[in-house]
Design a protein around this ligand. Structure first.
Ligand SMILES: [Zn+2]
Length: 369
């Protein structure tokens, strides 16, 4: 923040933010602390973890013609994303090269290795079956790819992995219900269900029956409530009261409404905050999001930080984002530890596992030197 303020005295805001973030260099000891801090990643999309290099590799081996030959050209395309709809458009374009289970294995394994190197010890990964079904993949292929990546990662590192099957809010609820039913043979591989893609009219009521059914199948419930969307406070109430979610993805606008804030706290709903950055500079985006995370943490909400779409948003993973959020809010080490603990407190794991991970954090903090 100090950098930004001194920079602001001399230059325009846009230049300041660009230079501040481009030249981001955290305190080395803080960086070592954050990267080694055990944490759970509860909000990321399998599809959004695909980095430009891997996108080109998969396109080439699948014989798909794409209008890019270099990773930087893909990044140039990603630089046109400036809000949720424009980002989703590119996201859906890039995921078009995925055809086989091996593609999903490679995408996820690359992510697991990166996340593990930044202290992640437990992952709950979103994936969007409808995106793949629409392109001709089978549900069996999607689940096979996820299982292959998980098996490879779990044999290679001390990481536990679960999956959240997401439904697309901008597609019909009937399709979501069909996917839920068709995925029955794989329900045991799922931790829960979620909702993503742009918020539409009728969200969340549109998915009431789908969520009731999923709950009946023993699946846990979460949903995105993206930041700054139309009717966002109403939608937060909707996912809580109509859908019965246990977590809200993003959920940063909870800070804007005292009554909602009290309800989220009373119900122990976890918020998976995301201070992620598009390739294009959006002045104030990081400051706003990181500030909301800090505000919610101070208000006693069980909020944590996650990477969302790291492969398509500057290759920034959860440790990178915690450091950037810290740099603009001045969060203390105790705050960062609280965020990491919240990630396990709100993870869909057993109480025994939760106690194990919380003790792991305490041991890490006590032994860090
Ligand atoms: Zn997301």
């Amino acid at each position: 923040m100090k950098n930004i303020l001194s920079c602001l005295r001399k230059l325009t805001l846009l230049t300041c933010l660009s230079s501040t973030l481009a030249g981001f260099s955290p305190d080395p000891e803080l960086e070592r602390f954050v990267m080694g801090l055990p944490k759970a990643e509860l909000h990321l999309h399998m599809e959004g973890t695909m980095e430009p290099e891997l996108f080109l590799k998969i396109a080439a081996r699948n014989g798909m013609e794409v209008p890019y030959s270099e990773p930087d050209e893909v990044r140039e395309r990603l630089r046109t994303a400036h809000d949720l709809p424009s980002f989703i458009e590119i996201y859906e374009e890039l995921i078009g090269v995925v055809k086989y289970p091996e593609d999903i294995r490679d995408i996820t394994l690359h992510y697991y290795r990166k996340a593990y190197s930044q202290g992640v010890r437990h992952v709950e990964m979103y994936f969007d079956p409808q995106l793949h079904l629409e392109r001709g993949m089978g549900l069996d292929q999607v689940f096979e790819g996820l299982a292959m990546g998980k098996a490879a990662a779990e044999s290679e590192m001390e990481l536990t992995i679960g999956f959240i099957m997401a439904f697309l809010r901008d597609r019909p609820a009937e399709t979501a219900m069909q996917v839920l039913e068709d995925a029955k043979p794989w329900h045991k591989q799922l931790m829960g269900v979620g909702l993503d893609n742009p918020e539409v009219v009728n969200f969340p009521e549109k998915f009431k029956e789908v969520y009731a059914k999923a709950k009946g199948y023993g699946l846990r419930l979460t949903s995105h409530c993206d930041v700054g969307q139309k009717n966002t406070i109403e939608n937060h109430w909707g996912v809580i009261r109509t859908l019965g979610v246990e977590r809200i993805d993003h959920g940063l606008n909870v800070l804007d409404d005292p009554e909602l804030l009290a309800e989220v706290k009373a119900r122990g709903i976890g918020l998976t905050g995301v201070p992620s950055l598009f390739y294009r500079e959006i002045p104030g985006r990081l400051e706003y999001r990181a500030g909301a995370v800090k505000g919610l943490l101070d208000a006693g909400v069980e909020i944590s930080i996650h990477s969302d779409d790291p492969g398509m948003k500057r290759g920034l993973y959860v440790g990178d984002l915690m450091l950037r959020a810290q740099s603009v809010t001045g969060m203390t080490r105790a705050d960062l530890v609280a965020l990491a603990k919240n990630s396990f407190r709100t993870a869909w794991i057993s109480d025994t596992e939760r106690a194990y991970y919380l003790a792991m954090i305490d041991d890490y903090v006590a032994s860090f030197d």
